[in-house]
Design a protein. Sequence first.
Lengths: 114, 117
Amino acid sequence: AQSVSQHNHHVILSEAASLELGCNYSYGGTVNLFWYVQYPGQHLQLLLKYFSGDPLVKGIKGFEAEFIKSKFSFNLRKPSVQWSDTAEYFCAVSRNSGNTPLVFGKGTRLSVIA
Amino acid sequence: DGGITQSPKYLFRKEGQNVTLSCEQNLNHDAMYWYRQDPGQGLRLIYYSQIVNDFQKGDIAEGYSVSREKKESFPLTVTSAQKNPTAFYLCASRGRQGSYLGNTEAFFGQGTRLTVV
């Protein structure tokens, strides 16, 4: 079965610091990868996704992620965080073929302090 | 505008009672999902349905039941057999690209917070 590991449970950063959240998955076949964000009191929103092509994908609000196939990783990055980035971030994976559901990691809570 | 509607937003249930959570989508998506979110546990799959009148168990289906009689609707019943039902429940849907769901993202509703009192 697929699984997704997010290494950090809670990350605290000051505004303008750089962010990198780790995500590793355990499926050996071709996968699609996603990062979702859940702002306080809001529903899950898609930040970015990787299906194929350029392994460096750019998403909304200045976020990007890099797919490294050899490391089974899809880490999320942002060069300079803002207080408004305070949220919970979820990595998810699904198989490229077939109709399997998205499998989510346990999430990383990001707190950005002024 | 298109989206997923979950109702109610907050729900209180007495122990021993069944309760049904509503999920409706107008995105014309084939697949619908129910996830449970607990602090520090991420999202865990309860049930999913890829087509009307068909559904499959997810990782934590015990104590839950679903139906998919219409494409737009995928209600979740939390039964009295669910030992720890207090949680945040999220419904999602996903469309197809060609024959597969794999190349598409999931869209989520606002969630229902269920509390057993």
